[in-house]
Design a binder for this molecule. Structure first.
Ligand code: BG6
Length: 496
């Protein structure tokens, strides 16, 4: 086995006829296969309720990858299908028989990954059956991969976790946050800890504020039913945004091991100031989109989407100010915002540095453009550093310039790459880019305070038009502190 090749494994995907499996998991597995990362001793069982023959299932896998059958054949041969009822014991008995046979046929040696790509209400039951009905192997490793949402609030997440933990221990559980598989999110630690330039400045003496934006063009699509109960705060802030905050705020780990990194992330989340009711009103704002236009196409209001209440109080936009109470970050606001149906898909982090104490180049009373470090996560990937330089010519006037390092932008949004990396990590037993229960619990604890205030108070929605940068309250939030959102797309700067 080369160090790029994963160990032998039998992957069982629950929810194998669903959207996630066909859009992300099968293409990601195929990419791993093509790159030679997948073990020769790999097999996959797709599990779902529907009655499908092996051929029909393989056809679905093929369709999701889009290659012709001949090229795919050796890969497709590794796929089997089992029609399954998640609540029925006899179904697990049949599944056990299939997995044992495949284990023998492909010399897998008992290594098993169970991927739950389905509705969260079944997570606990499936985990329980996997143990009780003997699907967990006693020869190799057992890993349970769980998609979000992990609970709806802290009590429900705890209940779910307790249920799962009866059958799998924490080291066997891989909770997915697909943002942790994104190239530039993984780059946050490298930018911070591999550059003499940034780490000494990465604190409240030199940083004035940090802004995290996760803007989407998409609306709720066909997920109105789920989204009504979730809203942007649970859908994006509890997981993706707080994960990014913890990576930006954590102390350098003593080693790059899973435990050391997780322990620093947990400490950062513990330092997050919990909000009282009044503070929620002062430091968090919400929005819901009205009908509008995206790329010249008319789109409906959130309240007119399928499975959405016509008087819904669910937020499709959140902006907020987070405070981290520790030595490094006291006094530095972390501003976050995320919304659906905004003017463009754009995920980025802007680190704004403090102004220099005395400015020799600006007119009295004026300030220079602040230095900004921008981490572009998607759709473009890269880093930009905004500096001030001399305008060419005789005068000593300054002009803002930028240093740009762009990765080749991925062709699509939410491309399989994140899943590819996460599947690869899971097969190799690297849990660093998966969320530990302690992180999940602390994130819910923080978010629950906000949702409970919002659920008790009706907001006058809708308050922003689809295709715009969101509600004005989000701008006012920063203006009160003397800042504004850096709308990077509109900054016309020369490359250095
Ligand atoms: C998911 C949310 O976790 O992330 C979706 O449930 C959202 O509502 C998606 O659209 C955004 O992911 P990405 O990778 O497209 O930014």
């Amino acid at each position: 086995m080369s160090n790029q090749e994963t160990p032998s494994v039998l992957l069982t995907i629950f929810g194998a006829t669903g959207d996630l499996a066909s859009r992300k998991l099968f293409p990601s597995l195929y990419n791993l296969y093509q790159k030679g990362h997948l073990s020769k001793n790999f097999a996959c069982v797709g599990v779902a309720r529907r009655n499908l023959t092996q051929e029909e299932f393989r056809q679905r896998v093929q369709d999701s990858i889009g290659e012709d059958a001949e090229a795919l054949q050796p890969f497709l041969d590794r796929f089997s299908y089992h029609s399954h009822d998640v609540a029925d014991r006899s179904s697990y008995k049949a599944l056990k028989q299939i997995t044992d046979e495949l284990d023998d046929r492909y010399h897998i040696g008992g290594n098993r990954i169970f991927y739950l790509a389905m509705a969260p209400e079944f997570f606990g039951t499936i985990a329980e059956h996997l143990k009780q009905d003997g699907l967990k192997s006693s020869d190799g490793f057992n890993r349970l991969v769980i998609e979000k949402p992990f609970g709806h609030n802290l009590p429900s997440a705890k209940e779910l976790n307790d249920h799962i933990r009866e059958s799998f221990n924490e080291e066997e559980i891989y909770r997915i946050d697909h943002y942790l598989g994104k190239e530039m999110v993984q780059n946050i630690e490298v930018i911070r800890f591999a550059n003499a330039l940034f780490e000494p400045l990465w604190n409240n003496r030199h940083i004035s504020n940090i802004q995290i934006t996760l803007a989407e063009e998409l609306g709720v699509e066909e997920r109105g039913g789920y989204y009504e109960k979730s809203g942007a705060i649970r859908d994006m802030v509890q997981n993706h945004i707080l994960q990014m905050v913890s990576l930006l705020a954590m102390e350098p780990p003593i080693r790059l091991t899973t435990d050391e990194i997780r322990s620093e992330k947990v400490k950062a989340l513990r330092a997050l100031r919990s909000l009282r009711t009044e503070e929620v009103r002062d430091s968090f704002v919400r929005g819901q989109y009205d009908a509008g236009e995206i790329r010249a196409n008319a789109v409906p209001a959130y309240r007119d989407e399928d499975h959405v209440d016509t008087d819904s109080n669910t937020e499709t936009f959140v902006a907020g100010k987070l405070t981290i109470d520790n030595f490094r970050w006291a006094g530095v606001p972390f501003y976050i915002r995320t919304g659906k149906r905004m003017q463009a898909k754009s995920t980025k982090i802007v680190v704004q540095f403090k102004d220099i104490p005395m400015n020799l180049y600006a007119e009295q009373g004026e300030t220079l453009n602040p230095n900004l470090l921008i981490i572009h996560i998607q759709p473009d990937e890269g880093i930009t550093l905004h500096l001030n330089a001399k305008k060419s010519g005789e005068s000593l006037e300054t002009t803002p310039v930028k240093l740009n390092a762009a990765n080749t932008a991925p062709t699509g949004i939410n491309t399989p790459e994140a899943y590819e990396k996460l599947l690869f990590d899971c097969m190799r037993g690297d849990a660093t880019n998966f969320t530990h229960w302690d992180e999940v619990a602390l994130s819910w604890q923080f978010v629950d305070k906000i949702s409970s205030v919002w659920e008790a108070e009706k907001e006058s929605f809708p308050n922003y038009k689809a295709g715009t940068p969101g509600p004005v309250v989000a701008d006012e939030l920063l203006e009160r502190d003397g800042f504004h959102w850096w709308d990077i797309e509109s900054l016309e700067l020369k490359d250095c």
